[in-house]
Design a protein around this ligand. Structure first.
Ligand code: ZN
Length: 353
């Protein structure tokens, strides 16, 4: 004989498998709202969409909480062009947060590194006045950890190269596809001195540079970017709850991020996560009995340009941090879950601690 809790878990699983409501949420967010890059009208529309979706699910305390964030505009000009040993326009996209090229394109000889350590080894002697190409090929691993090392190279590589006098930074997209599509992503500059224009090349275009350089060619590139960092902006985290019963003071947070990159529609990153959070809430709300702890669904603003929404949530809710029994975010796409990962430095923390 199963306990009623066990039966509810089975019912929840059956209910999740029985219909396509989560998919319908992704479709609606993708098709009806579309790109929702932080600070754009698309993002404002997504906030309204999320408020309505939470109310429809039956959540209470549904609200938009202000999330001051860093903003950035891509602009119309994005040109990375091979100048030597022959001319060809390459497929590239500015990294999020990149400074623009001022007064025309940056043109320089290209030096390749395959790791952050190699940038250090090349030093000022090899990098001064040059464009650094970081050839990091992301491994295709089931657990997504292939993204981690590459992500660091992308976020920190430009400033590392600038430290040795490089004037531009390009990286092979941190992605596993082989199409001529450039994959953007955020970068973080290390102080004002480390700000050089930075872009991602599509994987085949990165491989082209790699082969040319390996073959001994003197490769020259032009980089022209019209993007522009903006000092600060206003976004919103969207939050709703199913209040608990006897342990209502303890919060189980399940989140995702509502914003997307400007160059896509964010179906996987992170429309899938938003749909999971909303549909989990719908199914739990439909159970015959409320959960003991408070379930809080949080759809965060501006994850893509540095997790500004998450930081704003942490600051606004610092006073109740210890009431968070567990906090989860779904930001790894869809598909059958096969792992639950706890950050290394939190593994020994007691629940609620
Ligand atoms: Zn994401």
């Amino acid at each position: 004989m199963k306990s009623s809790e066990e039966q509810w878990l089975l019912d929840l699983r059956a209910s999740a498998r029985a219909d396509s409501r989560a998919y319908d949420l992704v479709r609606s967010l993708t098709d009806d709202v579309g790109p929702r890059f932080s600070g754009t009208p698309g993002e404002a529309a997504a906030v309204q969409w999320a408020l309505e979706a939470m109310r429809r699910v039956g959540l209470t305390n549904v609200r938009a909480e202000p999330a001051p964030t860093v903003l950035w505009e891509r602009g119309a000009v994005e040109r990375v062009e091979l100048l030597a040993p022959r001319r060809e326009r390459l497929v590239a996209t500015a990294l999020g947060g990149s400074v623009p090229t001022l007064g025309g394109a940056v043109e320089a000889q290209v030096v390749e590194a395959t790791s952050m350590e190699e940038i250090d080894r090349l030093g000022r002697e090899k990098l001064e006045g040059r464009i650094l190409y970081l050839h990091h090929v992301m491994p295709r691993l089931q657990d997504g950890t292939g993204y981690n090392a590459g992500g660091w190279a992308r976020t920190a590589g430009a400033s590392r190269a600038a430290k040795y006098g490089a004037v531009g930074f390009v990286i092979r997209s941190i992605a596993t596809h082989s199409m001529r599509v450039a994959h953007s992503g955020v970068l973080h500059y290390d102080g004002d001195l480390g700000k050089i224009p930075a872009a991602a090349l599509s994987p085949p275009d990165g491989d082209l540079l790699h082969r040319l350089i390996a073959g001994g060619a003197r490769v020259r590139l032009a980089i022209e970017l019209g993007c522009r960092p903006m000092p600060a902006g206003e976004s919103s985290n969207v939050i709703g709850e199913i209040p608990g019963t006897d342990l209502a003071d303890q919060i189980v947070l399940f989140g995702a991020h509502l914003d997307s990159w400007d160059v896509g529609r964010g179906a996987v990153d992170d429309g899938a996560g938003c749909a999971m959070a909303l549909d989990v809430a719908r199914m739990i709300h439909a159970l015959p009995k409320r959960p003991r702890r408070t379930l809080r669904i949080a759809l965060f603003a501006n994850e893509e340009l540095g997790a500004g929404g998450g930081r704003a949530y942490a600051a606004a809710h610092a006073g109740e941090a210890s009431r968070h029994y567990v906090a989860m975010e779904a930001d790894q796409g869809d598909g059958a879950p096969w792992a639950l990962r706890v950050p290394e430095h939190r593994k020994d923390a007691p629940a609620g601690g």
